[in-house]
Design a protein around this ligand. Sequence first.
Ligand code: GLV
Length: 355
Amino acid sequence: MANLRVQDKRRVLLLGTPSYALSEYEDICKRYFVQSISRDGFKNHKDVTEAIAREVSQATAAGEQPYVGFIWFFDTSRLGPFDESMLHPLTDSGCRFFSGGGAGYDDIETQWMASQGAYYCNTPTAVTISTANAALMLIFAATRAITHGDTSTKAGKWRGDQAVPEEFLPIVPDVEGLKLGIIGLGAIGKALSVRAQACGMEVMYYARNRVPDSESTSATYVSMDELLVSSDVISVNCPLTPETRHLLGPVEFAKMKTGVFIVNTARGPIIDEEALVAALRSGKVLRAGLDVFEREPIVHPGLLDPALSRRVTLQPHAAARTHQSFMKAEGQIFKSLKEFMRGERPEYAVNHPKI
Ligand SMILES: O=CC(=O)O
């Protein structure tokens, strides 16, 4: 590596610093001038937007070279959307590389970035195992009424009073032999399919594009209608796109078996939350395990209503928050940055900038 003077090094702006891929980070810091904005106390989009505007205007006033890359690592759903209103000071001054941790990029304006000549790189395989494991965990949580038992035990009520049906701990189904319908058989859906089959579940899937049988992990391809009608458990594992927004709404819930279990580790808006709450109230859906919500971090009040809350297990969009996923994601971000700096199209670029 040539021994560049600090002022000649290309500049990269980070939101926070990495915690896991530290040797890769050290290498990045040797190659480029790396500036980090502390994200301590940042709550939302406005905090990030203001910090970027401040940083870019200070750098410009000091006559420094513009930042060519911006990396934010994690918390896309909390701090995003990562959009034009937040990022334009960077693209206006020459930034052409963006990357954040995570597989989904529905709340990132990748097309706008491309129109500015900038790449967006996700971390496509970093969260596969953690998210599939979280989906499996929520399948167990929903089928085995984990929240119900946990609530009763902590309240000193043990299994509850048999005379109060909504409080009495139900006898639950074992997953062995249950039919699992997976919506979306990408990497996460496939990893879930393998795990669920190991637990004795019969797995079917629906996906917009049928997966070749050699790659379908022995999951049976069915139509969406057949999946809705036949599944005992439905797990959402597809990306959020205009086509998948409210993919499960009142019409779809009506087609499901009475007593179905619903799990979502993909994106909240794929399920019409109002319709899910109504289906829980009517008993159509017996229990649900949700890691994602329609208006994060706001949770639909119906899910918190004591009449329903024992029947739902809720997680704060935490499926990918494992040491291993963070390590892999940081490594993939730095790999993309280096490819971009070499003038290559990064392997994990999801858009096609005009260059
Ligand atoms: O939500 C997490 C991801 O998109 O990877």
